[in-house]
Design a protein around this ligand. Structure first.
Ligand SMILES: [Zn+2]
Length: 302
């Protein structure tokens, strides 16, 4: 899910050079999912639209320093989410998934252990991806590599059980105990899987001669990296296939877990947007049918 496509790169280049049509294209592409995300967080408030507008302004004004490795969608979501957190300081606004809303009591994302409160202030949002701390940067990219290998391996071997566990542990920072309860697997097995992952990640970091000191520091970093790259999030086209019911068994179940049980707010926003688009297409289709079938009856002399 991470990275930027060639087509997006071209689009950004056009926007940077002031191409209004390109900008319009980008706004059209992303506004629906951003609005769905904002509405999921804020309810049907009128200011959901204001905050989307601010998000696009922040995107444009920070464009010169945008480092494209996270992709446009994730970057826009990051800006939007930061704005929501700043404007509505409720516990829920920080959560990246529904399940965290349910389990928030047991969350350890309080104070400075929270991946997002570690982020710079609102004005700094745009430079989040442009941060120049080289050592930190190197560590992040190494961890991102290690996690990508891990996630790709789960996908290619259809090991979605471990994928779900690792998602709950690192994307959502749930405790072993809560993960055990959610996936109904012995807590000891969860600990084994977690240990295996952390070892793999550490080994990868060590091979790049990087030193990760504390365990909690590592886990916080992993959450930040996971979220910044949305490593396990299915592609929008995969969410579309899920919606149409054309995914096969294992994938279907995984995407269902990610959307409904974990309840990833980013992917749910995409699903809602896709559903609304489909509804719109259908109503346009109906509109067209009605027009075609009725047009002959217009202006007919009696
Ligand atoms: Zn997701």
């Amino acid at each position: 899910m991470s990275g930027i496509s060639k087509a997006e790169e071209v689009l950004l280049e056009q926007i940077r050079s002031g191409d209004q049509h390109a900008w319009e294209q980008l706004v059209t592409r992303y506004r629906g999912r951003l609005l769905s995300f904002a509405r999921a967080k804020l309810g049907q408030r009128a200011d959901a639209e204001d905050i989307i507008q601010d998000t696009f302004i922040a995107f444009l004004t920070g464009l010169s320093s945008f480092r494209a490795d996270a992709g446009i969608e994730t970057y826009l979501f990051t800006i939007l989410r930061r704005k929501i957190i700043n404007s509505y300081r409720s516990a829920h606004s920080k959560h990246i998934c529904l399940l965290q809303d349910v389990y928030q009591r047991t969350q350890r994302t309080i104070g400075d252990s929270d991946a997002f409160s570690a982020m710079p202030s609102d004005e700094m949002t745009a430079s989040f991806y442009a941060r120049k701390d080289e050592q930190n940067e190197l560590l992040r990219s190494t961890l991102s590599e290690a996690l990508t290998v891990l996630v790709d391996n789960y996908k290619s071997t259809l090991n979605f059980r471990d994928m779900q566990i690792v998602e709950l542990l690192f994307y959502c920072q749930f405790s072993n105990k809560d993960v055990a309860r959610i996936v109904e697997i012995n807590e000891r097995n969860i600990a084994v899987i977690k240990h295996r992952c952390l070892k793999q990640v550490r080994d990868h970091a060590a091979s790049s001669k990087l030193n990760v000191t504390q365990e909690t520091q590592l886990e916080d970093l992993l959450t930040q990296v996971w979220e910044a790259g949305r490593l396990s999030c299915p592609k929008r086209s995969t969410i579309g296939a899920y919606m149409l019911g054309t995914l096969d068994g294992n994938w279907h179940d995984y995407v269902k877990f990610h959307l409904n049980k974990l309840g990833c707010h980013f992917c749910r926003a995409n699903l809602t947007d896709l559903q609304e688009q489909t509804a719109e297409d259908k109503s346009q289709h109906l509109q067209k049918r009605i027009m075609e079938s009725t047009i002959g009856f217009l202006h007919k002399p009696r």
